[in-house]
Design a protein around this ligand. Structure first.
Ligand SMILES: Nc1ncnc2c1ncn2[C@@H]1O[C@H](COP(=O)(O)OP(=O)(O)OP(=O)(O)O)[C@@H](O)[C@H]1O
Ligand SMILES: CC(=O)N[C@H]1[C@@H]2OC[C@@H](O2)[C@@H](O)[C@@H]1O[C@H](C)C(=O)O
Length: 393
């Protein structure tokens, strides 16, 4: 099957679209990336999404759902064009959508106890209508309904792609949030443990945006952080953050490490007269050390650490990771032939494929769900969609 995976993560910087070819063999799934296309959001749209994620009106979220549907459809069409193909050549789209809120720890509600929820937008009906391709979306809510966190969902795909017969690997995604997947040597998805470790680029991006009055939205290549030194007192305080000490299953997002965290850090910066370089250096170290907390909860040693996500380009975080995990070598997805930035989009192509093949995509040991679940909602591409997918005769 040719499947397009669509992803816009917690950084809200644009839509990643990966066109992959998935073939089933006796050994499992073979996944080949055919094309990758990025459709960056203009800064104004990124800010609208981030603001809406914290305090959007129903009208704004309703509008953004439809608007982002158009962006996601265009990103898919871009990947298909890049491959020199046409929409009719594509079997399926898997769209993660844009997370605007994630409440995995539940909110108490009278009479029904604690209700967990998550919300990804970018209307799949728009994607299916513009492309004519059957679209699977809304992957997380089913896992939540089954008692899970709804995240992370990529660990099953990490296991498919990165497991190694003789090396125990820790797979790290440095996105807005950081998440890890531990793959013990020689084991398949059965041996996996995984969870969100906490902060990554989200905090650094927020600090940069604030310090430059919105002119710069990232510490490019970790240049400023590399000029500073972590502040020991602040680092100790940050490492005592309750989320870092929490036992998995756990997942988090912008609600915890977005604007509230940036404001708290900015207040400390002002009170203690810390430079932006010191602040960024401290938060880069904090990111690496919070990834290091993974070792508290995994069973077994780590032979190598493999890092993906936009943060691989942040040299400060990568240097701290090398230090934290030494002597285990730290390398990137790219070194293993996978584009670091594209991997999550690839993963949602695989998750969509699994859904239409009636394979469960979540890993209950990871999310805490009570059972493996078929994930997502399916929007038909048009008449004959089941036949096209060879789901019925
Ligand atoms: N050259 C670079 N230097 C430093 N940081 C970078 C660079 N390029 C990208 N980044 C960081 O990577 C982030 C985007 O990474 P990515 O797309 O993996 O995150 P995401 O998918 O939005 O997040 P998540 O995985 O949490 O959902 C940007 O917000 C930026 O902070
Ligand atoms: C709710 C949500 O969107 N979570 C994302 C986010 O970004 C990283 C981390 O937090 C992870 O839990 C998840 O994404 C990846 C793709 C996942 O589900 O594996």
């Amino acid at each position: 099957m040719k499947v397009v995976g669509l992803m816009s993560g917690t950084s809200g910087d644009g839509v990643d679209a990966a066109l992959v070819e998935i073939t089933r063999s006796r050994k499992g799934l073979d996944i080949q990336t055919i094309a990758f296309h990025v459709l960056p959001y203009p800064r104004s749209l990124q800010q609208r999404i981030l603001t809406a994620s914290a305090s959007g009106s129903v009208a704004e979220i309703c509008h953004l759902n439809a608007l982002l549907g158009e962006w996601f459809a265009n990103a898919a069409l871009g990947a298909i064009r890049t491959a020199g193909l046409r929409p009719k050549d594509i079997d399926l789209i898997g769209s993660h959508g844009q997370t605007v809120h994630h409440l995995p720890h539940g909110v108490k509600d009278a009479g029904v106890g604690s209700i967990r929820s998550t919300l990804q937008i970018a209307e799949p009906a728009v994607i299916a209508e513009r492309t004519g391709i059957t679209t699977v979306a809304d992957f997380r809510p089913r896992d939540i309904a089954a008692g899970g966190q709804g995240a992370p969902l990529t660990p099953g795909v990490h296991a498919l792609v990165f497991r190694h017969p003789r090396r125990a690997r820790l797979v790290v995604n440095l996105g807005g949030i950081s998440n890890v997947t531990y793959l013990p040597r020689g084991k398949g998805v059965g041996g996996v443990s995984a969870f969100d470790t906490g902060p990554a680029n989200m905090v650094l991006d927020g600090l940069m945006y604030r310090a430059t009055n919105g002119r710069v939205s990232m510490d490019r290549d970790g240049r400023l952080a590399s000029r500073g030194k972590p502040d020991g007192r602040l680092l100790t305080k940050l490492l005592a953050h309750p989320y870092l000490l929490k036992q998995p299953p756990k997942s988090t997002g912008r609600e915890m490490f977005g604007a509230p965290m940036v404001e708290e850090l900015a207040a400390i910066q002002e009170a203690r007269q810390l430079s932006i370089e010191t602040l960024l250096a401290t938060c880069s170290r904090w990111t690496a050390e919070s990834v290091g907390t993974a070792r508290r909860w995994i069973q077994g040693g780590i032979d190598e650490v493999i890092v993906g996500g936009g943060g691989v380009r942040n040299r400060a975080i990568m240097a701290h990771l090398a230090d934290v995990f030494s002597p285990a070598p730290v390398s990137t997805f790219d070194a293993l032939g996978w584009d670091s930035k594209a991997f999550e989009a690839v993963a949602f192509a695989v998750l969509a494929y699994q859904t239409v093949m009636e394979q469960c995509g979540n890993v209950p040991a990871v999310t805490g769900a009570s059972h493996p679940a078929l994930l997502g909602c399916i929007v038909p591409g048009g008449p004959g969609w089941m036949r096209r997918l060879k789901l019925s005769s």
